[in-house]
Design a protein around this ligand. Structure first.
Ligand SMILES: [Zn+2]
Length: 183
């Protein structure tokens, strides 16, 4: 299947953002709370996710992207409903920031162990600037309700053609990895 950039951008508009809740554009309201961290524990965060229901726009629960960052980083992504950074208290100054390509996505990683737990940025779609966040579910530690963390091997993964996103030849979201991507 194909998802246009506009749909994808809408799918990224979730309640979220480093402790601040924004309005959801779609009927997408993950309510299960998870905790996560980087490898050394300097970054600690909490987020809400729905790891059972495909996203209404992208049909994905988890996403792999073939952009040059996600590919090298091995990111396995989910859309949080809310994302709160518990540590460090000033992520914008205490985490290392890396911007590439159009520099509208902020990659922030632990200055001690190098792990990136989440990223966020803005997309301009149909003249509207949309803020979005993604969590790397490989950095989840557990569920706040004490139940075991889902088996990530069993969760449906969709593939986003991030390498060409924004360009006329971008293929959107699909059920198999796009060129340049990986299973
Ligand atoms: Zn760390």
């Amino acid at each position: 299947m194909r998802t246009c950039l506009d749909c994808f951008a809408n799918s990224l508009t979730t309640k979220h953002s480093l402790g601040v809740k924004n309005m959801a554009a779609l009927n997408f309201n993950p309510t299960t709370t998870y905790t996560g961290s980087c490898h050394c524990g300097f970054i600690k965060y909490q987020c809400t996710l729905d790891l059972e229901t495909p996203h209404p726009a992208t049909k994905a629960i988890l996403t792999k992207c073939n952009c040059t960052w996600c590919f090298k980083n091995g990111s396995l992504l989910a859309s949080p409903g809310e994302l709160t950074v518990l540590s460090p208290l000033a992520p914008d100054t205490e985490l290392t920031t890396y911007l590439f390509h159009n520099k509208t996505t902020k990659h922030q990683f632990c200055p001690k162990c190098g792990i990136e737990c989440f990223f966020g940025g803005t997309l301009v779609s149909a003249g509207k600037t949309i803020q979005y966040y993604r969590v790397n579910v490989l950095t989840l530690d557990g569920r706040a309700d004490g139940r075991p963390l889902e088996d990530l091997r069993k969760i449906k993964v969709m593939y986003w053609d991030g390498r060409k996103a924004g360009g006329g030849s971008a293929k959107g979201m699909g059920s198999e990895p796009w060129e340049g991507g990986v299973w």
